[in-house]
Design a protein around this ligand. Structure first.
Ligand SMILES: Cc1cc2nc3c(=O)[nH]c(=O)nc-3n(C[C@H](O)[C@H](O)[C@H](O)COP(=O)(O)OP(=O)(O)OC[C@H]3O[C@@H](n4cnc5c(N)ncnc54)[C@H](O)[C@@H]3O)c2cc1C
Length: 394
């Protein structure tokens, strides 16, 4: 038996033994996600146990080095772990901006002290991070940001405002883009800082959403002191880190639909619409559309995997994350349009769950944001046109 086959068998056995039954059921809503953090209240004992067991093995971040509490797995092993988790229906033990975005950026740009300080806390779900990028006049044109950090000797003094900061009111720390040189061209005066959201001078204000929830905030900084130890990378070179982090964010958002998908669309639709006398989904038009989405989802899984392999081998084009972001977001929207069509009146239910998937209407509305967050679809198409197809500016 090959080494990888042995790894698969052992992994499966470990998951079967250690993943609590409750953590193998599809989530009913976003509320069941485990985000971790200083003040995290576990929804159940099973959620706590599952996080602790996976974190002990380093499997919340399977490919990170062991010295930072990662699993130290090879790409092939990590894929096996992912596939085995998927086939057993295991939930993700921990979702976090630290894992998806900041961690990869620190692994590349952080100094040793920063890696030792922050990466283990991310891997174990001890600190919850938020992302301070967008500002009222700097969204798609992010490099126009105006939040300023003045050099005060051994610290920076930060003043300004961020907007659309997801979970800022629940986060412990923020990774934040600030302007440290106002005289330089806009991309060259930006730095990348980390600071505690409990620092004096930080405040947040929730922004309600159409889905009835309010994960967003406006975030204000008034004379916030940030020690220089928390500057990541080189002063005024934060744009490189910002872009690198965005490639991870975009790949993550592209795959968001697949991760959250749970059961295949076809199975959900069978529950909702029923089968005809030939054992086929009784609505032929819906059947055709579901086949299309299912095939596209399968192709997208392979595209994601290929992009990951190329990136790991150092052969990826960073702009490909825009392809994944664009396609994955649009695909997720199509998936939920179909589920809404299949569900009919029941799908409009706002609270509770008439389907096994929970309140569909909220999930459907949430997909509308996929093509905005992390950079809009239009902006991704611009990047693809310029950086992949090599087309001239419009
Ligand atoms: C669910 C969600 C979560 C988010 N979380 C965070 C977060 O945690 N932290 C954070 O910092 N930000 C966050 N954001 C903000 C997000 O990054 C911005 O909304 C996004 O970058 C777009 O910026 P904007 O809203 O200012 O829109 P604008 O930039 O004002 O764009 C308005 C419209 O103009 C179009 N447009 C703009 N420029 C161009 C162009 N050059 N070519 C073609 N079309 C263009 C856009 O596509 C869009 O349709 C979040 C957003 C959402 C929806």
């Amino acid at each position: 038996m090959s080494g990888l086959e042995t790894f698969r068998k052992e992994t499966r056995a470990w998951l079967e033994k250690n993943c609590p039954a409750e953590m193998r059921k599809p989530m009913q809503s976003e509320e069941e996600i485990c985000w971790g953090g200083r003040d995290w209240k576990f929804h159940s004992n099973a959620q706590r146990v599952w996080l602790e067991r996976m974190a002990d093995k380093g499997w919340t971040v399977p490919e990170w080095p062991k010295e930072y509490c990662g699993g130290g797995l090879s790409r092939e092993e990590a894929k096996i772990l992912q596939n085995e988790m998927r086939s057993l229906g295991c939930r993700s033990p921990l979702d976090s901006f630290g894992i998806w975005m900041l961690g990869p950026a620190l692994l590349k740009y952080g100094n040793e002290e920063q890696k030792r300080e922050y990466l283990p806390q991310i891997a174990q779900g001890k600190i919850r991070w938020c992302q301070g990028y967008s500002e009222p006049n700097a969204g798609s044109d992010l490099a126009s940001l105006q939040t300023k950090a003045e050099d005060k000797g051994d610290y920076f003094l930060v003043n300004g405002q961020k907007i659309w900061t997801s979970y800022a009111d629940k986060a412990d720390w923020i990774f934040c883009l600030v302007r440290t040189d106002f005289s330089a061209p806009k991309h060259e005066g930006i730095s990348f800082l980390l600071f505690d959201m409990k620092s004096p001078g930080v405040s947040t204000k929730a922004i309600p959403l159409i889905s009835g929830k309010s994960p967003f905030c406006e975030t204000f900084f008034t004379d916030v002191k940030v020690t220089k130890k928390n500057l990541v990378g080189t002063l005024n070179k934060g744009w490189d880190i910002a872009k690198y982090l965005l490639t991870h964010e975009r790949t993550m958002i592209g795959g968001m639909g697949l991760r959250a998908a749970g059961r295949p669309v076809s199975q959900i639709a069978v529950d909702m619409v029923g089968l005809d006398e030939k054992g086929m989904l009784s609505d032929p038009v819906l059947r055709g559309k579901i086949a299309e989405v299912s095939i596209d989802e399968m192709a997208f899984v392979f595209a994601l995997e290929r992009a990951g392999d190329l990136a790991k081998a150092g052969q990826g084009n960073p702009a490909f994350s825009s392809v994944l972001k664009y396609y994955g977001s649009e695909l997720n929207k199509r998936r939920y349009e179909l589920l809404m069509a299949a569900g009919g009146g029941d799908a409009l239910e706002w609270e509770g769950a008439r389907s096994k998937e929970g309140a569909l209407s909220r999930a459907w509305l949430r997909t509308k944001a996929n093509s905005i967050e992390g950079g809009t679809s239009e902006v991704q198409l611009n990047i693809v046109a310029k950086r992949i197809l090599g087309l001239p500016n419009a």
